[in-house]
Design a protein around this ligand. Structure first.
Ligand code: PXP
Length: 240
């Protein structure tokens, strides 16, 4: 059964809407862990629209499970990761105009740069995960640059309309997962997963961790964060 990494960016989004101190994503991380989260995920964006440097620094000291830092593969972010030492880094593409991460990284198109960033972080004992589409060429490039993990982008699966298209996209994820495992990569997945579409992804053989944010935070507004996290753990375990 895969573990659950809870993405707490949205808590910081609410705080930044008023540029105040509440709600504190650090408090959200504590509650998520008490409810059974296996990891805490934050995306420190270049424009600092939600998570701030202070959040990552405090979370590094307070997270008791593991801290997954999502970031762009830039010199500034690499410097921050080396200083903060998250438990792992997930490299993601980043565009200023986007509402959320759109699509996976192009590892094929920037293989030398990716290899450098992966090497720098992993030499400092920070395992690197590459957020990519379940595309054979991207998976092979991820193995070539020696990333420890990939995170399969589940957005297309999540947006599939109807059972047939969803089954087709799940098969794409399965084949990507199998290919990555055969190349020695470890496999996580995330983006757009909900209480309704997560279980089939959780059942993919070898799937290690699911990083989920929006659906948990949306439910938490109505039922509280601890219950929302527990309910997602139940979905992953097939009890939902
Ligand atoms: N994984 C990655 C790499 C992401 O960028 C995001 C969104 O920040 C997520 C997982 C979580 O996506 P969602 O909020 O749709 O669950």
């Amino acid at each position: 059964m895969p573990t659950l990494g809870v993405n707490i960016d949205h808590v910081a989004t609410i705080r930044q809407a008023r540029r105040t101190v509440e709600p504190d994503p650090v408090a959200a991380a504590v509650l998520a862990e008490l409810a059974g989260a296996d990891g805490i995920t934050v995306h420190l964006r270049e424009d600092r629209r939600h998570i701030q440097d202070r959040d990552v620094e405090v979370l590094r000291k307070t997270v008791r499970t593991h801290l997954n830092l999502e970031m762009a593969a830039t010199a500034e972010m690499v410097e921050i990761a080396l200083r903060i030492q998250p438990d792992y880094v997930t490299l993601v593409p980043e565009k200023r105009e986007e509402v959320t991460t759109e699509g996976g990284l192009d590892v094929v198109g920037q293989q030398t740069h990716m290899a450098d960033v992966v090497q720098t972080l992993q030499a400092a004992n920070i395992p690197v995960s590459l957020f990519i589409d379940a595309d054979a060429a991207q998976i092979e490039a991820a193995a070539q640059v020696q990333a420890k993990f990939i995170e399969l982008h589940t957005g297309t699966y999540a947006e599939a309309k109807g059972e047939a298209q969803q089954a087709q996209e799940l098969e794409v994820l399965k084949q990507g997962c199998d290919r990555a495992l055969a190349l020695g990569l470890r496999v996580n997945a995330g983006h757009g997963l909900t209480y309704w579409n997560t279980y089939p992804v959780a059942c993919l053989p070898g799937m290690e961790e699911l990083n989920i944010g929006h659906t948990i935070m949306s439910r938490s507004v109505l039922v509280g964060l601890e219950r929302a996290v527990r309910e997602m753990k139940d979905v992953i375990a097939g009890r939902g």
